[in-house]
Ligand binder design. Sequence first.
Ligand SMILES: Nc1nc2c(c(=O)[nH]1)N[C@H]1C(S)=C(S)[C@@H](COP(=O)(O)O)O[C@H]1N2
Ligand SMILES: [Mo]
Length: 258
Amino acid sequence: MSHLLTRRRFLIGSTLGASALTLSGCDLLEQNADVAAVIRSAEKLTMKAQRLLQGPDALAREFAESDISPSFRVNGTSVPDSEEYAALADGKFAAWRLKIDGLVDRPREFSLADLKTLPARTQITRHDCVEGWSAIGKWTGVPLGILLSTVILKPTARYVVFHCADELEKTLDGSGRYYESIDLIDAYHPQTILAYQMNGQELSIGHGAPLRLRVERQLGYKQAKYIMRIEIVDSFAGFSGGNGGYWEDRGYEWYAGI
Ligand SMILES: Nc1nc2c(c(=O)[nH]1)N[C@H]1C(S)=C(S)[C@@H](COP(=O)(O)O)O[C@H]1N2
Ligand SMILES: [Mo]
C-alpha cells in the first residue's frame, strides 16, 4: 500500500521471521493463536516505535488541494439502518446531539451548530484502508482535544470510546454495532479531529454524517463514522468483545499505525 506499511512489515517481520512475511496479518491470525499473540506484541512495538521514532506529536503527511482524489470510496456502512438515524438525517441533523460522558467532571451535549462555533482545523490527508485502497481527502472539524478540555477529564481517564449509529452485523446483543477507541496521546494529537466537512462540503451520509473521526496516523477502520456518543473510560474491557473496536473484536489490531 505504501512505504509506511513496508516499515510496519519490517517491524513485524523482525519478530516473526521471514517465512511469515508472505502471509497477510489476517491469514496468520486465522491460522494460529500463538502467531496472533506475536502480532499483538508486534502491534505494541509498532505503536512504541512510531511514537519513539517520530514523537507523540509527529504529524501525518498533509497534501495540497491538487492532490485530493477525484473519487473517495464509501466503505463499510454507507447508511446506518435505523429509524432513529433516518429521522435525524431527515431533519438535516438539527436534532442530533453529540453526548460526551464517562470519566469526566462535566458531561455535555453538543449540537452540530455548537461544534461549528468551536475552533476548526482543516487538513488534507491520505486515508489507507486495510483492504488495499487509499484516497486523499480534505477534512474540516473540531480538534478532539478542544472538546475534551470542555468536559474536564478525571485523572483516571485513559481511552476515548466512539459509539456509532450503525450496526455492521445484526445481532441480538448489540455486539454488531460499530465502535472504536483511541488513547489520550492520539486524542490530543493536533490532527485528531471530529470532522463535519469533507472536501469543502457538508459531510455526506456515506462518509459518516453528521460527524466522523479523523485520527491520521492510523488505518481506515479507526476513522469512526456516524458518531453519536463519546465515552471516556479507563479500560475498554467491558465493551462488546473487549478489544476496543468492532474490527478489533474480529481480529484486527487495536493500534493500527501507518
Ligand atoms: N461507523 C462506521 N465507521 C467506519 C466504518 C463503518 O462501517 N462504520 N468503516 C471503517 C472503514 S473499514 C473505513 S476504510 C472507513 C471508510 O470511510 P469512508 O466510507 O469515508 O471511505 O470508515 C471506517 N469507519
Ligand atoms: Mo477500511
